[in-house]
Design a protein around this ligand. Structure first.
Ligand code: GDP
Ligand code: IMO
Ligand code: MG
Length: 424
C-alpha cells in the first residue's frame, strides 16, 4: 500500500504529525518537493522534532528516507538535521537516499532571496528566505544550475562555480548594490558537502520503482500545501514548486496511479504565513485566540501565522485537483472555547455564489466568504481517543465539513502528540 500525504491549505496543516503516525506501517518515506522552507513537526512523549528536509519518517529507526529529484536541497540545513538526530541517537547511515538529480541550494540563492524580498518592500511575497525561488529559477533556467550529482566531479564544479558566481555578482552589484560573494568560499563548502553527502547520493527513481516491485510500502510526504502550488495556487503568493498532490509524480518519478491513497491534511481552521489573499482571515480577537491556543508561529521562521475560519471552498478545490481520497483534520482541540464557529461554504463574487475556488488572485480579491455558523464546545479534547468521545457539537462540525468537501474525515488531531489522534 502506497499513500501520499499532502496539505490542502496554505501549509503547516500538521502533515509532519500525520506522516510520523502513518510511517509506523511503512517501509519508506519520500520527500518529493520544496526544500528547507518546510517545517514539519513531530512530537513524541514531549520530545519535539522540527524537520525541514529529512522526511518526517526519519524519527522511526527502520524507515528508509528518500529525497527525490524535485526537492531543492540546502546541504547546510540537511547536515545540521542529520547531526541533530544523531545527538538523539537516531542515525541516518544506510537509510537515507538523495537523488543525484536534486538541485542544490547554495549561499547565493539565500542571498538573492533576501535581497529581492527587501527590495520589494510592501510588495514582497514574504518568503522563508531559504533560497527556494532563486534555486528553482536556476533549475528552470538550466545554465547556472547545480545538482547533487555535480558534487561527484569537484574539478568540473569548481570551474562552473566561477562562471555562476561571476554572473550572480553582476546581478548583486547592479540591482542591489550588494557585496560580492566568493566563488572559492562556495566551492570550499561544496567540497565539504561532497565529503559528507556523496554516500547518500543515488538514482532514487530506480530505487523507488524497485521497491514498489518488491512490495514495499511507501509514504510520499508533500511539503507546503495546495494553495501554495506554483501552477495551481494563489500565484504569485505561492512557493516555487508543485506543492499540490499533482506534484507527487513529477517530484519523484512515480506515477500517481501507483499510489493507492491520497490523504489530504487540513486544520479545523485556516492559517497562512507570508503575504497573499486569505478570504476567511480573522485579523481580530478570533484570529488571536486561535494563534495563542494553537501556538500558530512558523516552524521555520518563527513568524506569527495569519489565522482564520475553515474555508471549504479552498479545501474542496484542493480535494478536486488532487483526487483526495480522505482527509486528516488537525487542531480540532484549538477551537475549544469558541462560542460560535464559522465555516466558509461558498464565495460571493459580484453578487453570485460560487463553490469553485478562483485561484486567480484578481478574481479571488472580489470574493467574500459566505459562512455557515455552528455552535462551539467547551470541553478539552486532549484525552479523547474515539469519535464518540467528542462533544456532540464537535461531531456535527466534522460531519458538516465532510458534507461540504465531499470526502470522509478519517483522522482527527486533538493535540500535537503522536497519541493525540483519533482514527475513524
Ligand atoms: P506541517 O508543516 O504541516 O508539518 O505542520 P507544522 O509542523 O508546521 O505545524 C503544525 C503544528 O501543529 C505543529 O506545532 C504540530 O506539533 C502541531 N499539531 C499538529 N497536530 C495538532 C493537533 O491536532 N492539535 C494541536 N494542538 N497541535 C497540533
Ligand atoms: P510546510 O511544509 C507554510 C510560504 C512562505 C511564503 C511562500 C513562499 O511546513 O507546510 P518560499 O520560501 O517557499 O519561497 O515562500 O510560501 N511557505 C510556507 N508556508 N508552510 C510551509 O511549509 C511553507 N513553505 C513556504 O511563508 O508565503
Ligand atoms: Mg510547517
Amino acid at each position: 500500500m502506497n499513500s501520499c500525504i499532502v496539505g490542502l491549505q496554505w501549509g503547516d496543516e500538521g502533515k509532519g504529525k500525520v506522516i510520523d503516525i502513518l510511517a509506523e506501517h511503512s517501509d519508506i518515506v519520500v520527500r518529493y518537493n520544496g526544500g528547507a522552507n518546510a517545517g514539519h513537526t513531530v512530537v513524541i512523549d514531549g520530545n519535539k522534532f522540527a524537520l525541514h528536509l529529512l522526511p518526517s519518517g526519519s524519527i522511526r529507526p527502520n524507515i528508509v528516507c528518500v529525497i527525490t529529484n524535485a526537492v531543492v536541497v540546502d546541504p547546510d540545513t540537511l547536515l545540521k538535521e542529520i547531526e541533530t538526530l544523531a545527538q538523539k541517537n537516531i542515525t541516518l547511515t544506510k537509510r537515507l537516499l538523495i537523488s543525484e538529480n536534486a538541485h542544490v541550494v547554495l549561499d547565493y540563492h539565500k542571498k538573492e532571496d533576501q535581497l529581492r524580498e527587501e527590495s520589494l518592500g510592501k510588495d514582497k511575497i514574504g518568503t522563508t528566505i531559504r533560497g527556494i525561488g532563486p534555486c528553482y529559477a536556476d533549475k528552470v533556467g538550466r545554465s547556472y544550475a547545480v545538482r547533487m550529482a555535480d558534487l561527484r566531479d569537484l574539478k568540473k564544479l569548481k570551474a562552473r562555480l566561477q562562471t555562476i558566481v561571476e554572473y550572480k555578482n553582476k546581478i548583486f552589484a547592479a540591482l542591489y548594490n550588494a557585496e560580492p560573494i566568493s566563488a572559492d568560499e562556495i566551492f570550499d563548502k561544496c567540497k565539504s558537502y561532497a565529503d559528507k553527502l556523496l554516500p547518500f547520493i543515488t538514482d532514487t527513481t530506480e530505487f523507488l520503482h524497485k521497491s514498489i516491485a518488491n512490495g514495499k510500502s511507501i509514504l510520499f510526504e508533500g511539503a507546503q500545501g495546495t494553495m501554495l502550488d506554483i501552477d495551481h495556487g494563489t500565484f504569485p503568493y505561492v512557493t516555487s514548486s508543485n506543492s499540490s498532490a499533482l506534484g507527487m509524480s513529477i517530484g519523484c518519478g512515480v506515477p500517481a496511479k501507483m499510489v493507492d491513497k491520497f490523504i489530504g491534511v487540513v486544520k479545523a481552521y485556516t492559517t497562512r504565513v507570508g503575504a497573499g489573499p486569505f478570504p476567511t482571515e480573522q485579523d481580530n480577537e478570533v484570529g488571536q485566540y486561535i494563534r495563542d491556543k494553537g501556538h500558530e508561529y512558523g516552524t521555520t521562521t518563527g513568524r506569527p501565522r495569519r489565522c482564520g475560519w475553515f474555508d471549504a471552498v479552498a479545501v474542496s478545490y484542493a480535494v478536486t485537483i488532487g483526487a483526495i481520497d480522505s482527509v486528516a483534520l488537525m487542531h480540532l482541540d484549538t477551537l475549544t472555547g469558541l462560542k460560535k464557529i464559522n465555516i466558509c461554504r461558498a464565495y460571493k463574487i459580484n453578487g453570485k455564489e460560487t463553490t469553485f475556488f478562483p485561484a486567480n488572485i484578481d478574481r479571488l480579491a472580489q470574493a467574500s466568504p459566505v459562512y455557515e455558523t455552528v455552535p462551539g464546545w467547551d470541553d478539552a479534547l486532549a484525552e479523547a481517543n474515539d469519535f464518540n468521545d467528542l462533544p456532540a457539537n464537535a461531531q456535527s462540525f466534522i460531519r458538516l465539513i465532510e458534507e461540504m468537501i465531499k470526502v470522509p474525515i478519517t483522522i482527527i488531531g486533538v493535540g500535537p502528540e503522536r497519541k493525540q489522534t483519533i482514527f475513524r
